[in-house]
Design a protein around this ligand. Structure first.
Ligand code: CTP
Ligand code: CA
Length: 228
Protein backbone atom coordinates (compact mmCIF):
# COMPACT_ATOMS: atom_id res chain seq x y z
CA UNK A 1 0.00 0.00 0.00
CA UNK A 2 1.07 3.57 -0.57
CA UNK A 3 1.77 5.52 2.60
CA UNK A 4 1.81 9.20 3.50
CA UNK A 5 4.74 9.71 1.15
CA UNK A 6 2.63 8.75 -1.89
CA UNK A 7 3.20 11.24 -4.66
CA UNK A 8 0.55 13.49 -6.14
CA UNK A 9 1.51 12.30 -9.62
CA UNK A 10 -2.04 12.75 -10.95
CA UNK A 11 -2.39 16.38 -9.76
CA UNK A 12 -3.85 18.57 -12.49
CA UNK A 13 -5.26 15.53 -14.31
CA UNK A 14 -8.94 14.76 -14.86
CA UNK A 15 -9.67 11.07 -14.82
CA UNK A 16 -12.94 9.26 -15.47
CA UNK A 17 -13.73 5.87 -13.96
CA UNK A 18 -16.83 3.80 -14.64
CA UNK A 19 -18.04 1.30 -12.06
CA UNK A 20 -20.83 -1.17 -11.40
CA UNK A 21 -23.19 -3.09 -13.63
CA UNK A 22 -25.78 -1.63 -15.94
CA UNK A 23 -29.44 -2.67 -15.84
CA UNK A 24 -31.63 -2.94 -18.90
CA UNK A 25 -35.35 -2.57 -18.20
CA UNK A 26 -37.81 -5.21 -19.37
CA UNK A 27 -40.92 -3.63 -17.87
CA UNK A 28 -41.57 -1.09 -15.08
CA UNK A 29 -40.35 -3.47 -12.36
CA UNK A 30 -37.84 -5.83 -14.04
CA UNK A 31 -34.41 -5.58 -15.61
CA UNK A 32 -31.57 -7.65 -17.03
CA UNK A 33 -28.43 -7.06 -15.01
CA UNK A 34 -25.20 -8.53 -13.74
CA UNK A 35 -23.43 -9.03 -10.44
CA UNK A 36 -20.75 -6.35 -10.70
CA UNK A 37 -20.41 -4.69 -7.27
CA UNK A 38 -18.55 -1.57 -8.38
CA UNK A 39 -15.77 -2.16 -5.83
CA UNK A 40 -12.86 -2.10 -8.28
CA UNK A 41 -14.14 1.13 -9.82
CA UNK A 42 -14.56 2.68 -6.39
CA UNK A 43 -11.03 1.65 -5.42
CA UNK A 44 -9.74 3.23 -8.65
CA UNK A 45 -11.61 6.47 -7.96
CA UNK A 46 -10.34 6.68 -4.38
CA UNK A 47 -6.76 5.88 -5.40
CA UNK A 48 -6.76 8.52 -8.15
CA UNK A 49 -8.15 11.14 -5.76
CA UNK A 50 -5.42 10.25 -3.24
CA UNK A 51 -2.86 10.87 -5.99
CA UNK A 52 -4.23 14.35 -6.64
CA UNK A 53 -6.49 13.76 -9.66
CA UNK A 54 -9.83 15.42 -10.27
CA UNK A 55 -12.00 12.30 -10.48
CA UNK A 56 -15.41 11.67 -12.04
CA UNK A 57 -16.92 8.31 -11.17
CA UNK A 58 -19.73 7.14 -13.45
CA UNK A 59 -21.55 4.66 -11.24
CA UNK A 60 -24.04 2.15 -12.59
CA UNK A 61 -26.24 0.81 -9.79
CA UNK A 62 -23.48 0.79 -7.19
CA UNK A 63 -24.60 0.29 -3.59
CA UNK A 64 -21.48 1.75 -1.96
CA UNK A 65 -21.03 5.12 -0.25
CA UNK A 66 -19.70 7.82 -2.61
CA UNK A 67 -15.91 8.14 -2.26
CA UNK A 68 -14.86 11.45 -0.66
CA UNK A 69 -13.57 14.12 -3.00
CA UNK A 70 -14.95 12.41 -6.13
CA UNK A 71 -17.72 13.67 -8.43
CA UNK A 72 -20.25 10.86 -8.87
CA UNK A 73 -22.57 10.61 -11.89
CA UNK A 74 -25.24 7.94 -11.52
CA UNK A 75 -26.50 5.91 -14.49
CA UNK A 76 -28.66 2.84 -14.92
CA UNK A 77 -28.45 1.52 -18.49
CA UNK A 78 -25.59 0.97 -20.94
CA UNK A 79 -27.02 3.78 -23.10
CA UNK A 80 -26.83 6.20 -20.14
CA UNK A 81 -23.32 4.98 -19.29
CA UNK A 82 -22.33 5.47 -22.92
CA UNK A 83 -23.61 9.05 -23.05
CA UNK A 84 -21.95 10.03 -19.75
CA UNK A 85 -18.57 8.44 -20.53
CA UNK A 86 -18.38 9.68 -24.13
CA UNK A 87 -19.14 13.26 -23.01
CA UNK A 88 -16.53 13.15 -20.21
CA UNK A 89 -13.91 11.44 -22.41
CA UNK A 90 -13.78 14.54 -24.63
CA UNK A 91 -11.72 16.37 -22.01
CA UNK A 92 -10.34 13.58 -19.79
CA UNK A 93 -6.67 12.68 -19.41
CA UNK A 94 -7.61 9.06 -18.71
CA UNK A 95 -10.72 6.89 -18.87
CA UNK A 96 -10.89 3.57 -17.04
CA UNK A 97 -13.82 1.32 -17.94
CA UNK A 98 -14.16 -0.80 -14.80
CA UNK A 99 -17.94 -1.05 -15.24
CA UNK A 100 -19.67 -4.17 -16.54
CA UNK A 101 -22.05 -2.85 -19.19
CA UNK A 102 -24.84 -5.20 -20.24
CA UNK A 103 -23.94 -6.30 -23.78
CA UNK A 104 -27.60 -6.61 -24.76
CA UNK A 105 -30.90 -4.96 -23.93
CA UNK A 106 -34.48 -6.08 -24.56
CA UNK A 107 -35.51 -4.84 -28.00
CA UNK A 108 -38.68 -3.41 -26.49
CA UNK A 109 -39.55 -2.27 -22.98
CA UNK A 110 -43.09 -3.11 -21.94
CA UNK A 111 -44.93 -0.10 -20.55
CA UNK A 112 -47.03 -2.42 -18.40
CA UNK A 113 -45.84 -5.16 -16.09
CA UNK A 114 -45.50 -8.42 -18.05
CA UNK A 115 -48.17 -10.91 -16.87
CA UNK A 116 -48.19 -14.69 -16.80
CA UNK A 117 -50.48 -16.20 -19.39
CA UNK A 118 -53.30 -18.59 -18.51
CA UNK A 119 -51.91 -21.38 -20.75
CA UNK A 120 -48.58 -21.56 -18.92
CA UNK A 121 -46.52 -20.41 -21.89
CA UNK A 122 -43.54 -18.12 -21.29
CA UNK A 123 -42.73 -14.99 -23.28
CA UNK A 124 -39.62 -14.89 -25.46
CA UNK A 125 -37.39 -11.89 -24.83
CA UNK A 126 -35.74 -10.49 -27.94
CA UNK A 127 -32.42 -8.75 -27.35
CA UNK A 128 -30.44 -6.18 -29.31
CA UNK A 129 -26.77 -5.37 -28.82
CA UNK A 130 -25.71 -2.25 -26.92
CA UNK A 131 -23.04 0.21 -28.06
CA UNK A 132 -19.47 -0.77 -27.17
CA UNK A 133 -18.30 2.21 -25.11
CA UNK A 134 -14.66 1.18 -24.76
CA UNK A 135 -14.34 0.51 -28.49
CA UNK A 136 -15.88 3.87 -29.31
CA UNK A 137 -13.76 6.00 -26.97
CA UNK A 138 -10.60 4.11 -28.03
CA UNK A 139 -11.13 4.33 -31.77
CA UNK A 140 -12.78 7.76 -31.98
CA UNK A 141 -10.50 9.64 -29.63
CA UNK A 142 -11.58 13.22 -29.02
CA UNK A 143 -8.14 13.92 -27.49
CA UNK A 144 -5.22 11.90 -28.87
CA UNK A 145 -3.41 11.91 -25.50
CA UNK A 146 -6.19 10.35 -23.43
CA UNK A 147 -5.11 7.04 -21.89
CA UNK A 148 -7.92 4.49 -22.24
CA UNK A 149 -8.07 1.43 -19.98
CA UNK A 150 -10.40 -1.58 -20.26
CA UNK A 151 -11.07 -4.56 -18.01
CA UNK A 152 -11.70 -8.15 -19.03
CA UNK A 153 -12.76 -11.10 -16.91
CA UNK A 154 -11.87 -14.14 -18.99
CA UNK A 155 -11.91 -17.90 -18.86
CA UNK A 156 -9.88 -19.72 -21.47
CA UNK A 157 -11.87 -21.66 -24.07
CA UNK A 158 -11.34 -23.90 -27.09
CA UNK A 159 -10.10 -20.95 -29.14
CA UNK A 160 -7.38 -19.78 -26.76
CA UNK A 161 -5.93 -19.28 -23.28
CA UNK A 162 -6.96 -16.42 -21.01
CA UNK A 163 -3.99 -14.32 -22.14
CA UNK A 164 -4.47 -15.12 -25.83
CA UNK A 165 -8.12 -14.10 -25.66
CA UNK A 166 -7.18 -10.98 -23.68
CA UNK A 167 -4.50 -9.95 -26.20
CA UNK A 168 -7.04 -10.31 -28.99
CA UNK A 169 -9.55 -8.26 -27.00
CA UNK A 170 -6.98 -5.51 -26.36
CA UNK A 171 -6.24 -5.29 -30.09
CA UNK A 172 -9.94 -5.39 -31.03
CA UNK A 173 -10.89 -2.65 -28.55
CA UNK A 174 -7.99 -0.37 -29.41
CA UNK A 175 -7.40 0.67 -25.80
CA UNK A 176 -3.98 1.42 -24.29
CA UNK A 177 -4.21 -0.98 -21.34
CA UNK A 178 -6.37 -4.02 -20.59
CA UNK A 179 -6.62 -5.30 -17.02
CA UNK A 180 -7.25 -9.03 -17.23
CA UNK A 181 -8.78 -11.15 -14.47
CA UNK A 182 -8.58 -14.91 -14.90
CA UNK A 183 -11.96 -16.09 -13.61
CA UNK A 184 -11.52 -19.75 -14.61
CA UNK A 185 -11.31 -20.76 -10.94
CA UNK A 186 -14.47 -18.95 -9.86
CA UNK A 187 -15.77 -15.40 -10.10
CA UNK A 188 -14.20 -12.42 -8.32
CA UNK A 189 -17.50 -10.54 -8.21
CA UNK A 190 -18.15 -8.87 -4.88
CA UNK A 191 -14.84 -9.88 -3.30
CA UNK A 192 -12.49 -7.25 -1.93
CA UNK A 193 -9.41 -8.89 -3.45
CA UNK A 194 -8.21 -9.28 -6.99
CA UNK A 195 -5.32 -10.59 -9.03
CA UNK A 196 -4.67 -9.52 -12.56
CA UNK A 197 -2.38 -9.01 -15.50
CA UNK A 198 -2.13 -5.53 -16.99
CA UNK A 199 -1.59 -5.88 -20.76
CA UNK A 200 -0.42 -2.88 -22.76
CA UNK A 201 -0.92 -2.10 -26.44
CA UNK A 202 2.89 -1.84 -26.75
CA UNK A 203 3.09 -5.59 -25.98
CA UNK A 204 4.17 -5.45 -22.35
CA UNK A 205 2.45 -7.41 -19.58
CA UNK A 206 2.61 -6.71 -15.86
CA UNK A 207 1.46 -9.38 -13.43
CA UNK A 208 -0.18 -8.08 -10.29
CA UNK A 209 -0.09 -10.64 -7.48
CA UNK A 210 -3.17 -11.45 -5.42
CA UNK A 211 -3.98 -8.42 -3.27
CA UNK A 212 -6.55 -5.77 -2.55
CA UNK A 213 -8.51 -3.88 -5.19
CA UNK A 214 -6.80 -0.76 -3.84
CA UNK A 215 -3.36 -2.25 -4.54
CA UNK A 216 -4.44 -3.19 -8.07
CA UNK A 217 -5.87 0.31 -8.53
CA UNK A 218 -2.49 1.86 -7.70
CA UNK A 219 -0.68 -0.41 -10.18
CA UNK A 220 -3.18 0.66 -12.87
CA UNK A 221 -2.61 4.36 -12.09
CA UNK A 222 1.17 3.76 -12.15
CA UNK A 223 0.80 2.38 -15.68
CA UNK A 224 -1.54 5.22 -16.69
CA UNK A 225 0.73 7.90 -15.21
CA UNK A 226 3.72 6.60 -17.21
CA UNK A 227 1.70 7.07 -20.41
CA UNK A 228 0.31 10.55 -19.74
N1 CTP B 1 -17.35 -2.56 -22.45
C1 CTP B 1 -17.88 -1.38 -22.93
N2 CTP B 1 -19.10 -1.38 -23.54
C2 CTP B 1 -19.78 -2.53 -23.69
C3 CTP B 1 -19.25 -3.75 -23.22
C4 CTP B 1 -18.01 -3.73 -22.60
O1 CTP B 1 -17.23 -0.33 -22.78
N3 CTP B 1 -20.97 -2.49 -24.29
C5 CTP B 1 -16.03 -2.53 -21.79
C6 CTP B 1 -16.03 -3.03 -20.35
O2 CTP B 1 -16.29 -1.99 -19.44
C7 CTP B 1 -14.60 -3.56 -20.21
C8 CTP B 1 -14.26 -4.01 -21.63
O3 CTP B 1 -15.18 -3.37 -22.51
O4 CTP B 1 -13.71 -2.54 -19.84
C9 CTP B 1 -14.28 -5.46 -21.88
O5 CTP B 1 -15.55 -5.96 -21.54
P1 CTP B 1 -15.93 -7.43 -21.99
O6 CTP B 1 -17.30 -7.73 -21.53
O7 CTP B 1 -14.81 -8.33 -21.60
O8 CTP B 1 -15.86 -7.24 -23.58
P2 CTP B 1 -16.90 -7.51 -24.70
O9 CTP B 1 -16.43 -6.75 -25.90
O10 CTP B 1 -18.29 -7.23 -24.25
O11 CTP B 1 -16.69 -9.03 -25.03
P3 CTP B 1 -17.42 -10.37 -24.50
O12 CTP B 1 -18.14 -10.89 -25.69
O13 CTP B 1 -16.25 -11.24 -24.09
O14 CTP B 1 -18.31 -10.01 -23.35
CA1 CA C 1 -19.32 -8.13 -22.40
Amino acid sequence: ARGAAASLDLAGRHVVVSAGGTREPLDPVRYLGNRSSGRQGHALARAAAARGAEVTLVAANVELADPAGVTVVRVETTAELHDAVVALAATADAVVMAAAPADFRPSAVSGDKIKKSADGSAPAIELVQNADILLEISTQRARPGTVVVGFAAETGDATGSVLELARAKLARKGCDLLVVNDVSGGAVFGSSDNEAVVLAADGSAREVPHGTKTALAHVIWDEVARRL
